[in-house]
Write a protein that binds this ligand. Structure first.
Ligand SMILES: Cc1cc2nc3c(=O)[nH]c(=O)nc-3n(C[C@H](O)[C@H](O)[C@H](O)COP(=O)(O)OP(=O)(O)OC[C@H]3O[C@@H](n4cnc5c(N)ncnc54)[C@H](O)[C@@H]3O)c2cc1C
Length: 400
């Protein structure tokens, strides 16, 4: 007897999407989350076209688009001059924009769908402490708010329990990497800029400013900072926005502010035994470029599909595990390279570097080379960006 075919640990954005995708593939799901309530932070805001395709496959893209802001144009500025425009409207496919939606809203939409789905047993207040295997079952145990302890079994486990993954640690999978020296400060404000649904990027000698529209006439600003401070005293963010980009936020309501450092880690194995790592449990990278959650969505889609093949004995375990490792690591490496390049080249200050960057950016944006930027921000050329892309490459190898 098993409790569910797939156990998903962690109900962040990746875990909830994984649960929905497993059910869509035909698997029964037990979803375990340690917290009693959803968190309300607007962290990841960029949902790229490949992720919208995944959301469409479970009938959610429409709701996401209704609640978010479709960013079709992003303008780049240097010190006092416009460098160029990144225009997503020429993208291939149905989603010719990057959707801006705060992570708490993404999670609310996913949780709404999870709670409505009778094939998902969702248990909040359940912290998984250990994971082991017994024959053809995977077993998780831990403590729960209501019954004290629990022990559940399933055929496969999708570990979506974030960067500090207890599952990854209990399997002894090394998480290789290091904190980076880059630090940022972000804040959400009421939007009085008049820029509408445009994103704007300012690469100035004093440092960078990224600015994104949010729903409900709000706007996110992110600035590179000289060192990490969780909460700045006074109106540091407001005064830097004015000095770097000429944006005056005085008198507009600030809704949220948070400093963050950048970490860069990748799990040595993305699949071990009956466990598939997805999302931050498998990889952490800079939020600049907004790729990590989107890569996590594609992890979840592939893990849900492969576990179903395994449950139905349609493909050998070694091949599925090997392909998951190979494909997801390739996607992560590509996203890592791109987001790091955007962070290092785009956000560094200094007048000499700023001048060189302005000239280079000006040239790139006036030539067809600007397509590189369009593809990078939209994640359209990330390898294995969704299941269709993976199946085209590996269906024959899987003998399907
Ligand atoms: C400031 C900031 C800005 C960002 N901006 C972007 C962006 O624009 N675009 C983008 O793609 N990404 C962005 N990211 C990254 C993004 O927030 C993460 O990639 C995303 O949250 C990962 O989702 P996840 O579900 O894998 O992990 P998490 O969101 O960490 O969720 C993990 C869940 O597992 C639960 N859990 C943990 N351990 C256990 C356990 N032992 N038992 C049960 N439950 C457990 C946790 O409570 C949590 O609910 C940003 C991150 C930060 C910090």
């Amino acid at each position: 007897m098993i409790d569910a075919e797939c156990i998903v640990v962690g109900a962040g954005p990746v875990g909830m999407l994984a649960a929905l995708l497993c059910v869509q593939q035909g698997s029964s799901v037990l979803l375990l989350e340690q917290t009693a309530e959803r968190h309300f932070q607007s962290r990841a805001i960029g949902i790229t076209p490949p992720s919208l395709e995944i959301l469409r496959s479970i009938g959610l893209a429409g709701q996401f688009i209704e609640q978010g802001v479709a960013v079709r144009v992003s303008k780049a500025f240097g010190d006092g001059m416009q460098l160029g425009i990144i225009d997503f409207s020429g993208l291939a496919g149905d989603f010719r924009f990057v959707l801006s939606l705060p992570q708490d809203r993404t999670e609310a939409l996913l949780e709404g769908a999870v709670l409505k789905n009778p094939a998902i047993r969702f248990r909040r207040g359940h912290q998984v402490l250990e994971c082991s295997e017994d024959g053809d079952r995977v077993i998780v145990s831990g403590t729960s708010a209501d019954s004290g302890t629990f022990r559940f079994s399933g055929r496969y486990l999708l570990a979506c329990d974030g960067g500090k993954s207890a599952i990854r640690d209990s399997l002894g999978i090394p998480f290789e990497g290091a904190p980076q020296r880059y630090t940022f400060l972000m804040g959400d404000y009421e939007d009085t800029t008049g820029w509408g649904p445009q994103a704007r990027f300012f690469a100035t000698g004093r440092g960078s400013v990224e600015s994104f529209p949010l729903p409900d006439n709000q706007r996110r600003y992110v600035i590179r900072t000289p060192y990490f401070i969780k909460e700045y005293s006074g109106d540091y963010l407001g005064s830097e926005l004015l000095k770097r980009a000429g944006v005056d936020v005085s008198g507009t309501g600030q809704l949220w502010e948070s400093g963050f450092g950048v970490q860069s880690y990748v799990a040595r194995d993305f699949c071990k035994g009956r466990v598939f790592l997805c999302g931050d449990a498998a990889h952490l990278m800079t939020p600049v470029g907004g790729q990590n959650m989107n890569i996590g969505f594609a992890d979840a889609e592939l893990a849900a599909w492969l576990t179903r093949l395994l449950i139905e004995d349609k493909a050998p375990y070694r091949l599925c595990a090997g392909l998951y490792n190979k494909a997801r690591k390739r996607a992560v490496r590509a996203a890592y390279r791109r987001s790091r390049a955007l962070m290092v080249l785009g956000t560094s200050g200094g007048s000499v570097w700023s001048f060189i960057r302005a000239v280079a950016a000006f040239i790139i944006m006036k030539t067809p080379l600007r397509q590189i930027l369009v593809q990078t921000f939209s994640m359209q050329t990330i390898p294995f960006r969704n299941l269709d892309n993976f199946r085209k490459r590996y269906e024959r190898e899987l003998n399907l």
